[in-house]
Design a binder for this molecule. Structure first.
Ligand code: SF4
Length: 683
């Protein structure tokens, strides 16, 4: 048997996989040598996907409360409660909270229901927690949410700068590609990260900057390039005073002081960047998950735009995303802040999408972003909430408060593959959704490559695809004709038509070639990257075609709060994924880190009486949890690091989600998971 070509379930690298069914539920996995994202490579998580396809813990039947129910009864109940809530309290009293684990087709149908038929913008996604600051930064600079890079650029760069990314652990196949480029052409690697991670260990230069000083660093570098005569803003939209303000930020020594790095190291980085036109700057959660995330993104984009490091081979700013379909969700409008097909809520876009959908009631303004959405649940303004393929009771910041809000919400629906999740415990109705290996559709990875996820296994029990479940509810709410999809290809064609509908070059996203694709061709679809090399002609998606430099300033970095002398950082482990509902099923993956550890600098450990291997309580104003201590010289003094994965179901401690503040970036709404005031004490 040759196997079925599909795409990995986990991160935004989007590796191609050849999956071969073995017996009832078994699947063997190998990397797809023909997939452009990975050329056959896989990391540990992808390699062990076959250990996660059993039926252990699966939700196999619709449930109303603790009782099994038929699909008709469960769907009728969901439709009726949503209809009644809307009739009594208006369309903004209901919300959908979806996930980068959904396929593009699932996302499209959910977005259409909420924004075109219910008439509210209240659909947001856990991608808000991952990369919405990159989206907001792209929109401000380019006029469209386009990642102007591809993995091929990594092969052609002479310098790769990784900012706020432990790529070796979090995007391992991208890291393998970077290492291959270093071996093949001597590409230099600079890592900018407060922690000396596994990635930083192997870099040519590591700048362990003070957390939150990224804008100062990028502005300092841009000012250096300006002084060296390396900037050209003739074709850019440059606000008055942009350069003057940048110069006023000070010289290299001032920047070094703000960032708390050695001036000699900073100078080396500045010289290397200035001398290397083929530079790719990859950035991830260390940039995005900040209450200043969008400004940090724009500081990077400013640098690449003004120095011409964009739209050319080996030269680009590159937001690398967390989830398999974070980008597909962005393309169909799965964020509360966007409409559909890369359009915003400008009146002509609302009218255009409304015409296309023949929508009875279009949302006319953005809906609630994740943090605000759950606050609205807490305040009783959202009275019916449908959560799909995500676990906000663990993953949202200040998760204890989210859990209490869910418990008090009058009607909660959860679509999930697992029978018991921390979020599902609060559901009135649970709907069994198809898992990876069972569902069919498309995903878009971090470099705009669209790939098929294909079913390898039959749907177990009464499990259904997410798009089918949403379409059934829409039909029961009275919109059967608009949601009469029989195959994911029906949805794909409609999405492709919408991207091209009255889009005369206004947006880069345009899937016109797929608007009439047949079912067989869709089933056989090979991976392809949309958009070619964006902005190679110097034209952007703004009204006048010019990219914008966005003035961003470094804010004063706060001194430690009294009683909270440390700062807490969160992140991922190499072999675990999100809240471990899938990777937790693999014994081999569990061996890498068997329990959640708090990393502490040796000086702090000595001062606070913490011992390596001992237990400690990590506390913030939001909550506290137990962790096992590991003394780590890669930590900066005064800073702690904990992993995000563990939940109550797996461990009595390690509840990282209880700790961060529910504060968000003002532009993107992305929560600032990093730099939470904290303290630690031995127990
Ligand atoms: Fe899957 Fe990401 Fe690993 Fe590739 S790098 S195999 S997409 S988890």
């Amino acid at each position: 048997m040759t196997g079925i070509r599909t795409t990995c379930a986990y991160c935004g690298v989007g590796c191609g996989i050849v999956a071969t069914r073995q017996g009832e539920r078994g699947v063997t996995i190998r990397g797809d040598a023909d997939h452009p994202a990975n050329a056959g490579r896989l990391c540990s998580k992808g390699t062990h996907l076959g250990e996660t396809t059993g039926l252990e813990g699966r939700l196999l039947h619709p449930m109303i409360g603790d009782r099994r129910a038929g699909w008709d009864k469960a769907l009728d109940l969901v439709a009726r409660r949503f209809r009644e809530t809307i009739a009594a309290h208006g369309p903004n009293s209901v919300a959908l909270y979806v996930s980068g684990q959904l396929l593009t087709e699932d996302y499209y149908v959910a977005n259409k229901l909420m924004k075109g038929f219910i008439g509210s913008g209240n659909i947001d996604t856990n991608s808000r927690l991952c990369m919405s600051s990159a989206v907001a930064g792209h929109l401000r600079a380019f006029g469209e949410d386009v990642v102007p890079a591809s993995y091929d650029d990594l092969d052609e760069a002479d310098l790769i700068v990784l900012v706020g990314s432990n790529t070796a652990w979090c995007h391992p196949v991208v890291y393998q590609r970077i290492q291959a480029a270093r071996a093949a052409r001597g590409t230099k690697l600079v890592v900018i990260d407060p922690r000396r991670t596994e990635t930083a260990e192997e870099a040519d230069l590591h700048l362990a900057i003070r957390p939150g000083s990224d804008v100062a660093l990028m502005n300092g570098l841009l000012a250096h390039c300006r002084r060296e005569g390396l900037t050209d803003d003739a074709t850019l939209d440059v606000p008055d005073g942009f350069w003057t303000a940048l110069d006023a930020d000070g010289d290299l020594w001032t920047t070094a002081r703000t960032c708390d790095v050695a001036p000699a190291d900073l100078h080396r980085f500045f010289e290397l960047f200035a001398a290397t036109p083929r530079t790719v700057t990859l950035f991830s959660q260390g940039i995005n998950q900040s209450i200043r995330g969008t400004d940090q993104v724009n500081a990077i984009l400013n640098l690449h735009l003004a120095t011409g490091r964009i739209g050319r081979p080996g030269a680009a700013p590159f937001s690398i995303t967390g989830q398999p379909n974070a980008m597909g969700g962005r393309e169909v409008g799965g964020l509360a802040s966007t409409l559909a097909a890369h359009m915003d809520f400008a009146p002509d876009n609302v009218a255009r999408v409304g015409r296309f959908w023949a929508a009875p009631q279009m949302a006319t303004k953005p809906g609630l972003k994740a943090v605000d959405l759950f606050r609205a649940v807490e305040q009783g303004r959202i009275k019916a909430l449908w959560i799909m393929a995500t676990n906000p009771a663990v993953s949202m910041p200040d998760a204890g408060r989210v859990r209490a809000a869910l418990a008090d919400c009058p009607f909660v629906v959860v679509s999930d593959v697992m029978e018991t999740t921390d979020t599902g415990l609060h559901a009135d109705v649970r709907l069994p959704a198809a898992a990876w290996g069972e569902k069919d559709g498309t995903v878009t990875n971090s470099d705009r490559t669209i790939s098929r996820q294909r079913a390898v296994l039959p749907l177990p029990g009464e499990v259904k695809p997410d798009w089918w479940i949403v379409a059934q509810v829409a039909a029961r709410m009275g919109w059967a004709d608009a949601f009469a999809y029989r195959h994911p290809a029906d949805i794909w064609r409609e999405h492709a038509r919408l991207t091209a509908y009255q889009n005369d070059g206004a947006r880069v996203l345009n899937l016109k070639a797929h608007a009439a694709i047949g079912n067989e061709a869709y089933d056989a679809l090979a991976p392809f990257r949309w958009g070619g090399r964006p902005f190679a002609d110097g034209r952007f998606s703004t009204p006048d075609g010019r990219a914008r430099l966005v003035p961003v300033r470094q804010i004063a970095l706060a001194e430690p709060l009294r009683g909270w002398p440390m700062t807490l950082n969160t992140g991922r482990y190499r072999d675990q994924w999100h809240t471990m509902t899938r990777t937790g099923l693999s014994p081999k993956l569990a061996r890498h880190r068997e329990e959640p550890l708090v990393e502490v600098h040796p000086d702090d450990a000595a001062t606070l009486g913490l011992t390596d291997g001992g237990l400690a309580r990590v506390a913030t104003p939001q909550g506290d949890s137990l962790f096992r201590v590991t003394i780590a010289t890669g930590q900066r003094p005064g800073e702690l690091f904990v992993p995000i994965h563990w939940t109550d179901r797996q461990s009595t401690g390690g509840r990282a989600g209880l700790l961060p503040r529910p504060l968000a970036d003002p532009h993107s709404g992305q929560p600032g998971f990093k730099n939470t005031p904290a303290r630690i004490e031995p127990v």
